[in-house]
Write a protein that binds this ligand. Structure first.
Ligand SMILES: [Mg+2]
Length: 177
């Protein structure tokens, strides 16, 4: 495979925002749901029947994006992609202006091999060009001119029409086998 420019999203691709969001949803609603609960249903249709505003508010609070866990195998696979291809981390961070420095610091902690020159914290991703985009949201993949890969997440289980990767192991297989 020729050297590819690979566009990688942060939330729910590198950083496990869903885990924290689901914890906050459970807290706000006295529930104990697991991600697997949404395997056969629309996450958004479900949660909007419940108390969701405090869950959304948490996204604007300091610390939310700084303290997310890294998704399994992301560091190892992104490091190998970075060595053999050209990797850009692209996050539509402007929706949450407080997140900018937190995302930058989070990447510095967990992905120190990614230069600031390869980090793009932006608004609308339709301006982004590359060969492959790995993202969990259709709104980002739909206008991408290269190959879109849908990263599996609890809120995109019912989305069809994209090649879905279930894990970073599967991303590795896509590029290296
Ligand atoms: Mg995302």
């Amino acid at each position: 495979m020729d050297k590819q420019r690979i566009i990688i999203d942060m939330d729910d691709v590198l950083a496990d925002a869903n885990k924290k969001i689901l914890e906050n949803f459970n807290l706000a609603n006295g529930m104990d749901l697991k991600k697997e609960f949404f395997a056969d249903k629309s996450y958004y249709d479900f949660v909007h029947q419940y108390n969701y505003e405090p869950v959304r508010q948490k996204l604007f609070e300091p610390g939310f994006f700084r303290n997310l866990e890294v998704i399994e195998d992301a560091v190892e696979v992104v490091k190998e992609l970075h060595e053999k291809h050209e990797v850009f981390i692209v996050s539509a961070a402007m929706e949450f202006p407080n997140s900018l420095i937190e995302k930058y610091d989070w990447l510095g902690e967990h992905f120190p091999f990614i230069s600031w020159k390869n980090i793009c914290l932006c608004g609308d991703k339709s301006i982004i060009k590359g060969d492959v985009m790995i993202d969990d949201h259709e709104k980002n993949l739909v206008s991408f001119e290269g190959k879109p890969l849908l990263f599996d997440a609890m809120h995109n289980q019912t989305l069809k029409g994209y090649q879905r990767v279930l894990s970073w192991k599967e991303v590795h297989q896509y590029f290296f086998s």
